[in-house]
Design a protein around this ligand. Sequence first.
Ligand SMILES: Cc1cc2nc3c(=O)[nH]c(=O)nc-3n(C[C@H](O)[C@H](O)[C@H](O)COP(=O)(O)O)c2cc1C
Length: 343
Amino acid sequence: MAPMCQYSAVDGVMNDWHRNHLGARAMGGAALIICEATAVSPDGRISPGCTGLWNEAQMQAVAPINAFIEGLGAVPAIQIGHAGRKGSAHVPWNGGAHIPDDDPLGWPTVGPSSEPFDADGTRLWKAPNEMSIADIEVMKEKFVAAAKRALDAGYKILELHAAHGYLQHSFLTPLVNTRSDAYGGDLHSRARFLLETAEAIREVWPENLPLATRISIHDWIEGGNGIEENIQIAKWLKDVGVDMIDCSGGGATPKARASIGERTSDQVGLAGELRAATGITTMAVGYITEAEQANNLIKSGTCDITLLGRQLLREPYWPIRAAQILGEDPKPHMPIQYHVVAS
Ligand SMILES: Cc1cc2nc3c(=O)[nH]c(=O)nc-3n(C[C@H](O)[C@H](O)[C@H](O)COP(=O)(O)O)c2cc1C
């Protein structure tokens, strides 16, 4: 299961919603469940309802959920990130607009540069505070602290969110990062924050547990990063100890393709290009909805892991059905309590 925000936490703490939402997909046979974008600090949330791992209460709330889904045979994984200039937004069903600083629900945002995400004049677009070098150092420590809590919470794979125009991606892409110090300029300088963060996390994330990074494999807009840049970023990530690349796309600016837009499936082919060029374990995502389709992506060597997002919202039992379609015994993918219906 691909990471999917639920906007349903209180003070970043997961609750019954998350237990049932994640548990249902584990019961449905998902092998790997990547929990939603989880903020490393309060201002790293997209919305006030986003989950966090900046304190012990958040860690303690999710630990039993992880134990539950692991008991059902799924691998619990977490995506940690920071929303950057896209943070401080209302939850989608309340419109998703930025929340002003003087509203108790809102907070000041940060980014590599001070341009707001949009400036169309129809609603508030918050201008982020440009991060100083000292701010970057502190932010890396927050990522490391969240990684340690993720380990304590029982997650078995840690994914660093560096896609969709959030903080890490906004440093990577020249569409947002206009800095002239060591963290801006050429590709390597723009990647410095991500590479240093990944390297620092690798020091605390055990060698026997995979470390993944989700990238926007294409910015899908003139002047942004494309597949070549992202292959290079993946090679550098591999050098600092990242084991897997999760290939999503878009989201850097309002004019770029959205990460769940109509042509998201284009990024699946690019995942194959990245895998061929880097040899790194690769996850593909984007409109994967059918059993044969997912199976063929693995068989053809396009990717090592297929991630499903919306299809698993529609159909939590998709993996069991997929096993049946592919002629596999569905029982190993089902809770033992349900085996009675499998014969
Ligand atoms: C409700 C919803 C929430 C999402 N939240 C996240 C998220 O927290 N982190 C992330 O990287 N992508 C997020 N995405 C993107 C998905 O992980 C996935 O890349 C995208 O939906 C495309 O896959 P699909 O076509 O199988 O849905 C979200 C998508 C949806 C539909």
